[in-house]
Design a protein around this ligand. Structure first.
Ligand SMILES: [Cu+2]
Length: 102
């Protein structure tokens, strides 16, 4: 016997880790390098900005998610629980970065 499904369909499949603060932080990619913000909170919205003329991607080493970002485009990351995230671009595996979420 299953519980009632789909009370609302407005949310994504990922549960937010914390209520959003309204703050947006940006991870930029410039010249095949990730430029990460100094401070990221679990309540932040995280945007990935690709300043390059080629497509990039951001994927944690545990492959828990994968975000593609086209040349000159922005993309949004899922909300992240506190912790340390080592990531790379799966298109260019030499592009590495790390963010610490508190
Ligand atoms: Cu790349």
């Amino acid at each position: 016997m299953l519980a009632v499904f789909g009370v609302g369909c407005s949310s994504d499949t990922t549960e937010p880790a914390a209520p959003l603060s309204g703050r947006t932080v940006e991870i930029a990619i410039t010249d095949f390098e990730f430029v990460v913000p100094n401070e990221v909170l679990s309540s932040d919205r995280i945007v990935l900005l690709n300043n390059d003329s080629v497509d990039h991607n951001l994927m944690p080493l545990d492959e828990s998610f994968s975000v593609d970002v086209g040349a000159g485009k922005t993309a949004e990351l899922p909300q992240l629980a506190p912790g340390k995230y080592a990531f790379h671009c799966h298109i260019h595996p030499d592009m590495m970065g790390e963010i610490v979420v508190s």
